[in-house]
Design a protein around this ligand. Structure first.
Ligand code: GSH
Length: 199
């Protein structure tokens, strides 16, 4: 079994999808969380200077979705056919396109709040409607079993709902999908034990 070390801030953020994948697969890993104050010293030492990174036996992989896709493939959660894999990738990218609209690093709280309110009020409905249509009455977003696309929906919607709790009230099927992901025993155990962080 390779030695895995996942480095990120003490946040769910862009590392949580990989933490879900580790939890689900039962693979041991080091969940290395750095303090914001340490970051300026660490940043120059990291290839491409962004986190998360995953070290696999010392090899450094960057980009959160490349890391997660690698872990999903290793654990049979990337989709069972090339078409399912492409669909799972597409759903993850669609959710990620939306998540990257938010000015996460904005320091001015008024500017930040205004931008968040605008995106949650005016842009989220289209994403939710499209995801709901895509899911339909299926149990999982892609294929007949859970994939990392379902995990990504749960991880990202947890953050979105923490900003606007009634965001998905009109989409009971999307909320039920969250419940199904969170009821998977390994995910339920992880959610129970993970550090409580704002994002
Ligand atoms: N597309 C990259 C984005 C990585 C990224 O922007 N990471 C942020 C934290 S979420 C970071 O390293 N910020 C510190 C900095 O830029 O100095 C990914 O998904 O990994």
């Amino acid at each position: 079994m390779p030695q895995y070390k996942l480095t990120y801030f003490n946040l769910r953020g862009r590392a949580e999808i990989s933490r879900y994948l580790f939890a689900y697969s039962g693979k041991e890993y080091e969940d290395h969380r750095i303090e914001a104050a340490e970051w300026p010293k660490i940043k120059p030492t990291i290839p491409f200077h962004k986190i998360p990174i995953l070290e696999v036996d010392g090899v450094i992989i960057h980009q959160s979705l490349a890391i997660a896709r690698y872990l999903a493939r290793e654990s049979g959660l990337a989709g069972h056919t090339p078409v399912e894999q492409a669909l799972a990738d597409a759903i993850v990218d669609t959710i990620d396109d939306f998540m990257t609209l938010f000015p996460w690093a904005e320091k001015n709280q008024d500017v930040r709040k205004q931008a968040f309110d605008d995106i949650l009020t005016n842009k989220a409905p289209e994403l939710l409607k499209d995801l709901d249509t895509f899911l339909g009455d299926n149990t999982w977003l892609v294929g007949k079993s859970v994939t990392w696309a379902d995990f990504y929906w749960d991880v990202c919607s947890t953050t979105l709902l923490s900003c606007k709790p009634d965001l998905a009230d009109n989409y009971p099927r999307l909320l039920a999908l969250r419940d199904r992901v969170q009821a998977l025993p390994a995910i339920a155990a992880w959610i129970q034990k993970r550090p409580k962080t704002i994002m």
